[in-house]
Design a protein around this ligand. Structure first.
Ligand SMILES: [Zn+2]
Length: 248
């Protein structure tokens, strides 16, 4: 293969590796943010359940205060009952007592409901906290993986950039200009192999026979007439020799 063509192929590999590593580095903050968001979400579930418990306890205290008021009223009425003089007053007092008792019963029922709800909410909190602990473990592992991946991408970027810079120094100026011009027009891919049946492997257009013939020799710079990419050819591997078995 012509050394220039080989350099351009290697340059393409290096450029693609640089672009790939750069894309992975650029995606890193977003991936970390996504992991953090998942953890925040699990935390928010715990917080919401805790808020519900707090509201439940506040409501319960209010209901208990109400119940105490009805209880006080009831005790007062009962005391007054012994002091009434007429039957009418007695009946009116009995009525007041019945009302206060019914109100007290309702308030006590509501307190009980709040207590049952509190048990459910406490179970919810436990469940949410267990889920949060699981997610936290996962996210901790994910953060370590992400940090390792970032470090690997940075290493690969440095290595690929070094390979690229060496190749750029070794490649004739005119060829580099051609390479960069095609790469710019073709989303960073300036090189394409020709398939064995004579197609450009990237744009899939059939090469004219004389063009394919030249490409197969791999000894000059030939561009695809359709996508302008610089072409090279990978010959098929030599046939595997099957051992001849001699009949005895
Ligand atoms: Zn092409």
């Amino acid at each position: 293969m012509s050394p220039d063509l080989e350099r351009l192929i290697n340059l393409q590999h290096a450029e693609s590796a640089v672009a790939d590593a750069q894309a992975r580095i650029a995606a890193h903050p977003q991936r970390v943010a996504a992991a953090d968001a998942r953890l925040d979400e699990a935390k928010a579930v715990v917080e919401t359940a805790k808020q519900r418990l707090k509201a439940n306890q506040e409501q319960r205290r209010e209901l208990e205060k109400g119940a105490a008021v009805y209880q006080g009223r009831l005790a007062k009425f009962k005391e007054q009952l012994s002091a009434v003089k007429t039957n009418r007053e007695y009946q009116a007092m009995q009525h007041e007592i019945a009302t206060a008792q019914s109100e007290l019963g309702t308030a006590e029922e509501k307190v009980l409901e709040q207590m049952v709800d509190a048990d459910d909410i406490t179970a919810d909190i436990k469940q949410a906290e267990a889920a949060f602990a699981r997610v936290q473990k996962e996210i901790d592992a994910e953060r370590r993986t992400l940090a390792d991946e970032l470090a690997a991408a940075e290493r690969e970027l440095a290595q690929a950039a070094e390979r690229r810079d060496t190749l750029v120094r070794e490649t004739p100026r005119a060829l580099l200009d051609l390479f960069h011009q095609v790469a710019k027009a073709r989303k960073g891919v300036a090189i394409a192999s020709a398939t064995r049946d004579g197609l450009c492997s990237v744009c899939h257009v059939r090469l004219r026979p004389p063009v394919f013939q030249k490409v197969r020799h791999n000894d000059e710079i030939v561009q695809c007439e359709t996508c302008q990419r610089i072409l090279y050819y990978v010959p098929p591997p030599p046939p595997v020799e099957t051992p001849v078995v001699h009949q005895p």
